[in-house]
Design a protein around this ligand. Structure first.
Ligand code: SAM
Length: 292
C-alpha cells in the first residue's frame, strides 16, 4: 500500500507516463513516508467517512486515503494526471476522480449527493498559489465540514494559527479561527517533495467548529471591519476605520464604539481578539442603523 511515497516509485510512474511538472499548478509531490503518516494519523479518518482530496497529483496520498476512508472524491485540475491516476488507483473501487478546478466545483452539492449533507473531511497537499481562496471558499460557502487537514506554506500555517498582537496575526488568522481551531501538526522541509518547493511547508489541521467561535449579528460587516483594520496595519483602529468607505459613521461615533468595548482610543486593530471584533461590529452595526 502507498508505494508511490517512495521517491523511486514516483520517478518510475512519472517516466512511465512521460509526465512533465507544471509550475503554474503548484505541483510538488510528497515523497516522505513519515510526513504522510502524520497527515493520515492527524486527520483520523475512519472507514465510514467521506474524504475530499484537493489535487491528488499522481495519487500518492489518495492511495492512503482509499485505504482508511469509506470513500474518496479527488479533484485534479491537470488533465495530464488523469490517466496516471487511473493507473495508480486501479486497485481501489472507493474513489472517484474529477478533472476540474476545485474553485469551480460546487462542493456543497457534492457533499449533499455523496455524503447525504453530513460533514466531510478534507485532506490535501494544497497547491500553494490558491491556498487561501480554497480554504476560505470552503468555509464561506458553509460546506458542512468536520476537519481540514492540509499541507500549506509554513508562513501561511503560522498566520492561520497566530494570536492577537503577534506579527503574523491578521485577517486570515481571524477568518480561520472564526470557523475552526487550528493546530500545526508538522513542519515539513523542502526535501520531502519532488520537485522541491522554494519555501518551507507545514501540515495544519483545522478542526471545524459546529457553530462559529463567536456570535455576531452581521458576519459580513465584521469581516469588512477586520480587513479595514489590517489594511492599515500601522494606524490606530480609529484611523483605519474612519477611512473605511464601508461604514458611514463619524470619527466620534467610531470612538464611542471603541470606548464602549472598554478599549483605549489609541488601540491598534492588530491587538483585538475575535470576540472584540465581533462586539465592535455589533456596536458599529447598531449605531449605523440608528443613524439611518
Ligand atoms: N497530492 C499530491 C501529493 O501530495 O503528492 C500532489 C500535491 S501538489 C502540491 C498540488 C496538486 O494540486 C497538483 O496535482 C496540481 O495539479 C493540483 N491543482 C493545482 N491547482 C488546482 C485546482 N485549481 N484544482 C484542483 N487541483 C489543482
Amino acid at each position: 500500500m502507498g508505494e508511490l511515497i517512495h521517491p523511486q516509485k514516483t520517478i518510475e510512474i512519472l517516466q512511465k507516463h512521460r509526465f512533465h511538472f507544471q509550475k503554474k499548478f503548484g505541483q510538488n509531490f510528497l515523497i516522505d513516508a513519515h510526513v504522510m503518516d502524520k497527515i493520515i494519523s492527524s486527520s483520523a479518518i475512519t472507514k465510514d467517512e467521506f474524504v475530499l482530496e484537493i489535487g491528488p497529483g499522481i495519487g500518492t496520498m489518495t492511495q492512503f486515503l482509499c485505504e482508511y476512508a469509506g470513500s474518496v472524491e479527488a479533484v485534479e485540475i491537470d488533465a495530464n494526471l488523469i490517466p496516471i491516476l487511473k493507473d495508480t488507483l486501479r486497485g481501489y473501487d472507493n474513489v472517484t476522480v474529477i478533472n476540474e478546478d476545485i474553485l469551480k466545483v460546487d462542493i456543497g452539492r457534492l457533499v449533499r449527493e455523496k455524503n447525504g449533507g453530513n460533514p466531510i473531511k478534507v485532506v490535501a497537499n494544497l497547491p500553494y498559489y490558491i491556498t487561501t481562496p480554497i480554504i476560505m471558499g470552503l468555509f464561506e460557502s458553509h460546506v458542512p465540514l468536520e476537519s481540514v487537514t492540509v499541507m500549506v506554506q509554513k508562513e501561511v500555517a503560522q498566520r492561520m494559527k497566530a494570536e492577537p498582537g503577534t506579527k503574523d496575526y491578521g485577517a486570515l488568522s481571524l477568518a480561520v479561527q472564526y470557523y475552526a481551531q487550528p493546530e500545526i501538526v508538522a513542519n515539513v522541509p523542502a526535501n520531502c517533495f519532488m520537485p522541491r518547493p522554494k519555501v518551507g511547508s507545514a501540515v495544519i489541521r483545522l478542526k471545524c467548529h459546529q457553530k462559529p467561535a463567536v456570535s455576531v449579528k452581521d458576519e459580513k460587516l465584521m469581516f469588512a471591519l477586520i480587513r479595514a483594520s489590517f489594511n492599515q496595519r500601522r494606524k490606530t483602529l480609529i484611523n483605519g476605520l474612519s477611512h473605511f468607505q464601508g461604514i458611514c459613521l463619524s470619527k466620534d461615533q467610531i470612538q464611542e464604539c471603541i470606548e464602549r468595548l472598554g478599549l483605549p482610543v489609541q488601540v491598534r486593530g492588530e491587538t483585538l481578539t475575535l470576540a472584540q471584533f465581533a462586539a465592535l461590529s455589533d456596536c458599529i452595526g447598531s449605531v449605523s442603523a440608528k443613524a439611518d
